[in-house]
Design a protein around this ligand. Structure first.
Ligand code: BGC
Length: 269
């Protein structure tokens, strides 16, 4: 092990976050004063099937590769309460009721782990290091990826485990009939790719979903994240909502940074 790296992990302003996604598991040291990565981000393909033990082993591989000896923050695409995963919408069903602190701590030699929902982690990171407007009023951050994740913030404080990607939306049909569809099955970024929707068509769907969030939560601001937010200039101006919409600033750093913040601040949903 590199002792210099180990020493660094003892510095109070350095944390380590890991973001578990459907295709990749990514981890990095984070400077908790700036939200920037220290050194390189390590990415390992998500094992298939992505069972809790297989994923926890990959987490251990990343930490070892990074020579990190301190506590670890970890995101999962699942509702997390009392450090237990309660849902598994886009991951292996074995995660349901999984004792997360047990499975991860065991894999990483008993050290401290904090596990939280991926979009919640992104929300924490955006409040701390993103658009200053995220710190005030009611803010909804939505991550647009395989699914739709959400973080609801009031004056910068997170209301954990909102699952707005699973809100049922009334889908208008040409026939005049109205059918119900889950927001993420209608407007996630993966749906745009799968159905080869133009940005215009997809923006219409997303507007429909965001309007529903407006009707129920009356937010002051939407922050939209996920890989597709990189191309925000192509589709952001096409959105038709009353609320101000901005792209997430931390982009693909948000999950890792939020995870590192959570373990550092003792946030354990
Ligand atoms: C899950 C959420 C997660 C989101 C983004 C949804 O399917 O239910 O918990 O935050 O996907 O990964």
């Amino acid at each position: 092990m590199h002792s210099s790296n180990l020493e660094r992990s003892d510095e109070a302003h350095v944390g380590f976050g890991i973001d578990i996604g459907g295709s990749g598991i990514k981890g990095a040291r984070v400077d908790l004063r700036t939200g920037e990565f220290i050194g390189e981000r390590i990415k390992v393909a998500t094992p298939q099937p992505a069972t809790p033990t297989a994923v926890a082993d990959t987490v251990a591989t990343i930490i070892n590769q990074a020579h990190w000896a301190g506590p670890v923050g970890i995101t999962v695409p699942s509702v997390v309460r009392n450090q237990q995963a309660l849902t598994a919408a886009n991951i292996d069903p074995e995660w349901i009721d999984c004792d997360l602190s047990d499975v991860f701590s065991t894999a990483v030699g008993g050290r401290e782990c904090a596990v939280l929902n991926d979009a919640d982690a992104a929300g924490l990171a955006e409040v701390a290091f993103g658009d200053p407007r995220a710190q005030q009023g009611v803010v909804i951050l939505a991550t647009l990826g395989t699914g739709i994740g959400s973080a609801l913030l009031t004056d910068g404080t997170l209301v954990p485990n909102t699952e707005l990607g699973h809100l049922m939306i009334q889908r208008p049909r040409r026939s005049g009939k109205i059918t119900l569809v889950e927001a993420e099955a209608y407007a996630a970024s993966s749906v745009r790719q799968r159905e080869e929707l133009s940005y215009k068509k997809w923006a219409k769907r997303l507007s429909h979903v965001l309007s529903e969030y407006e009707r129920l939560f009356w937010p002051d601001l939407f922050i939209l994240g996920g890989g597709v937010s990189r191309k925000f200039d192509k589709w952001g101006p096409l959105l038709e909502v009353d609320t101000q919409v901005v792209p997430a600033r931390l982009r693909n750093r948000a999950g890792i940074v939020g995870a590192a913040m959570a373990v550092n601040r003792g946030i354990r949903p």
